[in-house]
Design a protein around this ligand. Structure first.
Ligand code: SF4
Length: 86
């Protein structure tokens, strides 16, 4: 898989030391979003997912259709913040 963008930001990822499975949204979505909300590299994380066409799991506090919407818009821009699903 070809990766676009630097991965240096991953060293500061809040989720690194947790046991949260970011690809299992049934169990991990809410804990993941709480971590993403205070993560110092959330913007880099989201931009990485968009640049690499990744829609599985949580990236920068966004997930699923929200990630796809950013990709369709061509980036993060000013529409960031999909919120917590109800
Ligand atoms: S924004 Fe969320 S998923 Fe991305 S590195 Fe930070 S804690 Fe992990």
């Amino acid at each position: 898989m070809i990766q676009h963008g630097s991965t240096d930001w991953m060293a500061e990822a809040r989720c690194l030391a947790t046991g949260i499975d970011y690809f299992d949204l049934e169990c991990g979505l809410y804990p993941a979003l709480m971590l993403c909300a205070v993560c110092p590299v959330a913007d880099e994380c989201l931009e990485y997912a968009i640049a690499n066409g990744i829609t599985a799991g949580v990236w920068g506090g966004e997930w699923g259709d929200h990630l796809s919407a950013y990709m369709e818009q061509g980036g993060v821009g000013s529409t960031r913040g999909g919120g917590v699903p109800t």
